[in-house]
Design a protein around this ligand. Structure first.
Ligand SMILES: [Zn+2]
Length: 145
């Protein structure tokens, strides 16, 4: 996934989570986070940044249209477990001439606005708060010598 695709994907997760919260499928963001193994602070943040209003949807007897929306949103959120397991590889060129084969890092909750997945593994700055430019850093390191 490209950084843009990761951002889009994260936005889809957010929309799905808000749908399920609005429709009262989950009463608390924490319940939703646990059900889909999403980071608690992220789901709380998503919900806090809405008006936190619920739709008048009867959870006992939803209409067919509501059933469809709930199913769609549930499927979107279920995809997260799979995405976590099948992350792309980091791909940073190593001094051996090979490329790093470690999977990219899952961003910490405060980084989810940039997307749920980083573009690099933990060792290569995947957890950095800002995007780092490895090439520039290595040039300046050589200059210092
Ligand atoms: Zn790496």
């Amino acid at each position: 996934m490209t950084p843009l695709e990761i951002k889009d994907y994260t936005a889809r997760l957010e929309r799905a989570a808000i749908t399920l919260m609005r429709m009262s499928v989950f009463r608390k963001p924490d319940d939703l986070a646990r059900r889909y193994s999403l980071p608690l602070p992220v789901v709380r943040y998503w919900w806090r940044h809405t008006d936190e209003k619920r739709e008048s949807c009867d959870p006992i007897k939803p209409t067919p249209a509501e059933v469809k929306r709930i199913r769609r949103a549930g499927q979107a959120l279920e995809s997260w477990e799979k995405t976590k397991r099948n992350r792309p590889v980091c791909g940073v060129p190593l001094s051996s001439g090979k490329k790093c084969k470690t999977v990219v890092a899952i961003r910490p909750p405060e980084g989810w606005e940039m997307g749920c997945l980083a573009t690099r593994c933990r060792m290569h700055g995947g957890l950095a708060r800002r995007l780092i430019k490895p090439r520039k850093a290595s040039i300046s390191a050589e200059d210092e010598r």
